[in-house]
Design a protein around this ligand. Structure first.
Ligand SMILES: [Zn+2]
Length: 264
């Protein structure tokens, strides 16, 4: 596999409804040859699987329930999700985790949904796609109950201490265009220097987190997977590493963690 893999792209988001095919074509032309579509609820997971099946050479997806939707995850939904996780196009469980920043689901419900999905991942021997915001201590406590779990802390935006605690748990770290934000992301340029090359993954998290330093500035605020090479360039510069080396390493890491079928 020669191109880049966007390991976090919400391609079923409605903001792509009018031109999804063009978005995908632009990404591929920019060298983003593979995308891991994020499933963040049962409904969006079903939609993701459908989309991925239209692009079998390009896409795979995750199957999970974001902490915002945690209170929807009752026993029936868990059964549904378990079934979706066994679909061959699904390479990881998630996104799952804890989000105490927005608290859209009660915290207890978030922890319950998180544990349920970690159990699922363990049972199915799949990696997890993890989301955490303002909930680091509880997040680490829950994860420690699952010492054998493999996964990625997606959209990492915190400091070195949090990064180290994830690396100590053998997690991968996903870096987005947040690092391009000179106001709130500049600390990440130091953090990424401390992430071993075999632990780093790259993602756009589109349509969110449009890199702020794109020139010329795109119209609108929607992020697209075609901007992944820009994010890669910023990370490579911060690490004093060549773009080529970092591209190869991050693609290899994505293949290793998610078991991306070679030839796909
Ligand atoms: Zn997330």
């Amino acid at each position: 596999m020669n191109g880049l893999i966007d390991i976090g792209i919400n391609l079923t988001h409605e903001s792509y409804d009018r031109d999804r095919r063009a978005v995908i074509d632009r990404a591929i032309s920019a060298g983003v040859t593979h995308m891991l579509v994020t499933g963040s609820s049962v409904v969006s997971t079903v939609e993701s699987i459908k989309l991925v099946r239209e692009y079998p050479d390009v896409m795979r997806c995750t199957a999970g329930v974001h902490p915002h939707h945690a209170s929807e995850l009752d026993a029936a939904q868990i059964d549904l999700l378990a079934g979706l996780c066994t679909v061959p196009e699904v390479l990881a469980v998630g996104e799952c985790g804890l989000d105490y920043f927005r608290d859209l689901s009660p915290r207890e419900a978030q922890r319950t949904a998180f544990r349920a999905q970690l159990h699922l991942a363990r049972r199915l021997r799949k990696p997890v796609f993890l989301h955490q915001r303002d909930a680091h201590d509880d997040f680490v406590d829950v994860l420690r109950e699952f010492p054998d779990i493999r996964g990625v802390a997606h959209c990492f935006t915190a400091g070195l201490d949090e990064a180290r605690s994830y690396l100590d748990m053998d997690l991968y770290i996903g870096i987005t265009g947040w690092i391009c934000d000179e106001r709130r992301g500049s600390h990440l340029r130091d953090v990424v220097r401390h992430i071993p090359a075999d632990r780093l993954l790259i993602e756009t998290d589109g349509p969110y987190l449009l890199p702020r330093d794109l020139r010329p500035r795109p119209d609108g605020r929607r992020n697209e997977p075609m901007y992944l090479p820009h994010i890669l360039t910023v990370i490579a510069a911060a690490r004093s590493e060549t773009v080529e080396n970092l591209a190869a390493a991050t693609t290899r890491n994505a293949q290793t963690l998610f078991g991306w079928p070679s030839g796909a």
